[in-house]
Design a binder for this molecule. Structure first.
Ligand code: AMP
Ligand code: GLY
Length: 441
């Protein structure tokens, strides 16, 4: 079967590897030359992923039967809809269903309209005076968000990015005036406190089939300090839960995602593809922070290597609306994933630096390598401004998976930065204590 994967990051490298395991003929459209994808693809097209016309032309020319879209922007641009018009199966949501990610106001309103649990106080404004009143009502304990996509960099949080009501109002004003995120409108949310976790699920338009939970680390520096990034690394546990989470928390999060899918269906927006819930586990249970219409990056790298089922078959069943749990099975192991990023990433990243990647050494150490935004020139690897590559370790316990991950990372030489605290015992114990404190245990 000819399968097209759109996107050239580490998440897409993980998706491509999962496709390849099932002996499909792999095609790729990517805007950067990912050396890992290049190596395993039958053919690739180096091009802007949101140029719908050209991507559809490439898919038609190569008789693609199934397409999987990694990032959110091509979904927003209507790639799924356009491929479907050519009768190509697509295991990713349409533009309308993907609005659950691309329009944060729509997501919050949908949850309210259908009375879905896990919501938080929020309101959207185009008028700064009204926004200011709402910020004051919440005592400045707010999170300020553009409505549309900003590549994970538009959200500002009280206590992290501003400390006063004036600071919050000033950023809200910026969003309205400059149209940050594509709209002259701002979403103000109450700030909730807890531990974040990710729950991803396969969805065929009707039912969700949740995967093991993952915790990502958004902050640049050890101890969760520094600016927010696209994600520095993540881990999962063999139980499918996280060390600070109960089975009830997991079930509650899955129920919330299922209800969101049901609500989308009632609105005539059938959701097919992977759905991603970003939750905050609070003292009162899981609350929705955001919903994404795709796999997470790095979270896809934790989960896809554990999948025992046939990913191509699962994707076909998502696209055709008849997925069943018998197709889905995961290896019961723990995982740790860490990104290597260019020195200065998140502030002033060093672009064009050569990094040496000993692929054989990583393999021998038991780690799995996924390339991200690097450039390959004459067989050598160079950094861009974004994350460079990730290594995943898999073992029974998180501690051992972390050691494998680190052993793999030792085979990378160059000017890169890694958050070595991810998956370490002390980091995880801190999370457990945090939740115990919030729950009054
Ligand atoms: P997002 O881009 O929506 O994932 O937001 C980036 C980060 O901001 C999240 O990972 C959270 O750490 C934080 N955040 C977003 N919304 C809230 C909220 N309502 N309360 C507390 N933290 C939040
Ligand atoms: N890990 C965060 C994201 O994929 O949006």
């Amino acid at each position: 079967m000819n399968v097209l994967v759109v996107g050239g990051g580490a998440r897409e490298h993980a998706i491509c590897s999962a496709v390849k395991r099932n002996e499909a003929r792999l095609y790729s459209v990517m805007k950067n030359l990912n050396p890992g994808i290049k190596k395993i693809a039958y053919d690739f097209f180096l091009h802007n992923e949101t140029d719908i016309e050209k991507v559809v032309e490439y898919a038609s020319k190569n008789k693609i039967e199934l397409a999987i879209i990694g990032p959110e922007s091509p979904e927003e641009a209507g790639l799924t809809n356009a491929l479907q018009k050519k009768e190509i199966m697509v295991a990713s949501p349409t533009k309308e269903a993907a609005e659950i990610e691309t329009n944060k106001e729509f997501m919050r309103k949908l949850m309210e309209k259908y009375g879905i649990r896990g919501g938080i106080k929020n309101k959207a404004f185009s008028n700064i005076q009204h926004a200011k009143e709402f910020i004051e009502m919440l005592d400045g304990n707010v999170v300020i968000k553009p409505i549309g996509l900003t590549g994970g960099k538009g959200v500002r949080v009280a206590g992290d990015h501003f400390d006063t009501i004036e600071g919050a109002v000033s950023y809200a004003e910026d969003i309205i005036n400059k149209g940050i995120g594509g709209r002259h409108r701002v979403l103000i949310e109450e700030k909730v406190v807890g531990e974040e976790f990710t729950l991803q699920a396969f969805c065929d338009g009707n039912s969700i089939y949740p995967m093991p939970a993952v915790q990502d680390h958004k902050r640049l520096l050890p101890g969760d300090m520094g600016p927010n990034t696209g994600g520095m690394g993540s881990y999962s546990h063999k139980s499918g839960l996280l060390p600070f989470m109960s089975a009830d928390d997991y079930e509650e999060a899955a129920t919330i995602l299922q209800k969101i899918v049901d609500a989308l269906k009632s609105e005539g927006r059938i959701y097919k593809g992977v759905i991603y819930g970003q939750f905050m586990l609070t003292g009162e249970g899981p609350k929705i922070i955001e919903v994404n219409a795709r796999f997470g990056d790095p979270e896809a790298m934790n989960i896809l290597p554990l999948l025992k089922g046939n990913f191509v078959e699962i994707s076909m069943k998502m696209a055709s609306g008849n997925l069943r749990s018998k197709y889905i099975d995961f290896i019961n192991k723990s995982t740790v994933c860490k990104y290597a990023v260019p020195e200065g990433y998140g502030i002033n990243p060093k672009e064009g630096e050569k990094i040496e990647v000993d692929e054989e050494g990583i393999k021998k150490s038991g780690g799995i390598l996924f390339y991200a935004s690097v450039n390959e020139k004459d067989g050598k690897i160079y950094t861009t401004k974004s994350r460079s590559l990730a290594v995943v370790g898999i073992s029974d316990e998180i501690e051992d998976a972390e050691k494998i991950c680190e052993a793999g990372l030792r085979h990378i030489k160059g000017n890169v930065f890694i958050r070595h605290d991810i998956g370490k015992k002390e980091t995880i114990e801190k999370r457990i204590k945090h939740i115990e404190m919030l729950r009054g245990i």
